[in-house]
Design a protein around this ligand. Structure first.
Ligand SMILES: [Ca+2]
Length: 199
């Protein structure tokens, strides 16, 4: 289950991450995250809706559900949209924060995507990469790829197109969780391994 949280969350800094209690090991301080794009009331609902449907399409083959309200029980990934990197104690100007969960040891991960990631295509790409990082998939360096997360090559998606779950995509320089998949990865295989296929 993946919980897309667009309406604000109260986050507590903690030693280990647990989305069910809003506790984040990545956060450097407690934080009140406001609703996503709260300064853009005229178009935030369109961006949220389109992001949701794009993610549903990309994740359609896999046995994982999306929710925009908190699931009754864990485990679930929570992607928190809104605010800025400074709120959780990071330098200004960072678009997103996710702890790469190598070996997928954290059951209920938390990722942050801030207001600077602000159009459907880009938000979808960063969401997909966050979801992958939360199950230990390394980030990649191809700008059209859904696992492109950090670095200057990412973030240039045309608003009209989605990122793709590519094959034989080079992993990003310095990416975490690379072995035993050194060099390049097949995103679809990795998502299948992590979530299984929808029957
Ligand atoms: Ca995880």
């Amino acid at each position: 289950m993946i919980y897309l949280s667009f309406e604000g969350e109260q986050i507590t800094k903690g030693a280990t991450t647990d989305a069910t209690t809003n506790t984040s090991a990545a956060a450097k301080q407690d934080a009140t995250i406001p609703p996503y794009l709260s300064a853009r009331p005229s178009d935030r609902k369109v961006i949220i809706r389109d992001t949701y449907f794009r993610l549903a399409e990309l994740l359609g083959p896999y046995d994982v559900a999306l929710a925009t309200t908190r699931p009754a029980s864990g485990p679930y990934q929570m992607i928190v949209f809104g605010g800025s990197s400074e709120l959780i104690g990071f330098p200004a100007g960072i678009g997103a924060v996710s702890d790469p969960d190598c070996g997928d040891t954290v059951a209920s991960d938390i990722s942050f995507i801030f207001d600077t990631i602000d159009d459907e295509a880009w938000t979808t790409q960063v969401s997909m990469a966050s979801i992958g990082l939360n199950v230990g998939i390394p980030s990649t360096n191809r700008w059209t790829d859904c696992m492109c997360f950090s670095g200057s090559e990412c973030g240039y998606m045309h608003p009209a197109i989605n990122c793709t779950l590519g094959t034989n995509v080079p992993v990003a320089t310095g990416a975490a969780c690379v072995p035993p998949y050194t060099g390049a990865i097949d995103d679809q295989t990795r998502f299948e391994d992590a979530f299984g296929c929808r029957q």
